[in-house]
Design a protein around this ligand. Structure first.
Ligand SMILES: CC(C)(COP(=O)(O)OP(=O)(O)OC[C@H]1O[C@@H](n2cnc3c(N)ncnc32)[C@H](O)[C@@H]1OP(=O)(O)O)[C@@H](O)C(=O)NCCC(=O)NCCS
Length: 171
């Protein structure tokens, strides 16, 4: 599956994904850890013919990154997995060791998906979404499987260096 960096021509499509899937309300606003981002301004990878989108942010430390959104237009076709693989490969090339993300307590499919791909749960923040909803009232009350969306769950993936990059010793 072809994965490419976003281009200016993708702007309208990215905004529509953010509106439909992330209640961004035309402003691209995503709230993670109580911090608001205009996700439209961040780097992003696109799978195939607009089949999926991964928006990410390189940390100020330049050794960690945060996955801000991940969407597969049609799930269970390998799109999300391909986007994660491509992002991790790019981050590794940039010397980034850690990929973080936050998901919500209702998103059982995402929790399965990420953990099967090596991510570990590192924190649970009860009530974090309730707090975000005060800033962004468009966040829905009910999520996947009719579960009330209340809490954020943080996951992390350690990005190991490839053996050839570490002089053959492996890390
Ligand atoms: C979470 C999400 C991004 C996963 O993307 P996806 O494209 O469905 O992921 P994949 O297809 O790579 O993998 C999902 C499952 O489909 C299976 N699958 C992949 N290709 C398949 C195929 N050709 N046929 C059948 N099953 C397949 C995989 O085995 C995988 O199962 P696993 O997670 O138990 O390993 C997607 O469900 C989504 O867009 N969710 C809504 C937005 C969201 O919640 N994003 C994450 C928030 S942080």
């Amino acid at each position: 599956m072809q994965i490419r960096e976003k281009e200016p021509a993708d702007e309208a499509w990215i905004s529509s994904v953010l509106d439909e899937n992330w209640a961004a309300n035309g402003a691209g606003i995503i709230i993670v850890h109580g911090e608001s981002f205009d996700a439209r301004t961040l780097p992003a990878l696109i799978a195939g013919e607009k089949g999926g989108l991964a928006i990410y942010k390189i940390g100020p430390d330049r050794i960690s990154a945060e996955l801000i959104t991940l969407d597969a237009v049609t799930p269970h076709q390998g799109i999300g997995g391909a986007l994660i693989d491509a992002l991790v490969a790019r981050l590794r090339q940039q010397g980034i060791h850690l990929l973080r993300l936050a998901t919500t307590n209702d998103n059982l499919d995402a929790l399965r998906f990420y953990q099967r791909r090596g991510f570990r749960i590192v924190a649970v923040r009860p009530g974090a979404v309730d707090e975000s909803r005060k800033i962004k009232p468009t966040i829905p009350a009910l999520g996947e499987y009719g579960i009330p969306i209340r809490d954020e769950i943080d996951l992390e993936l350690q990005i190991e260096r490839r053996s050839q990059e570490s002089g053959g010793a492996g890390v």
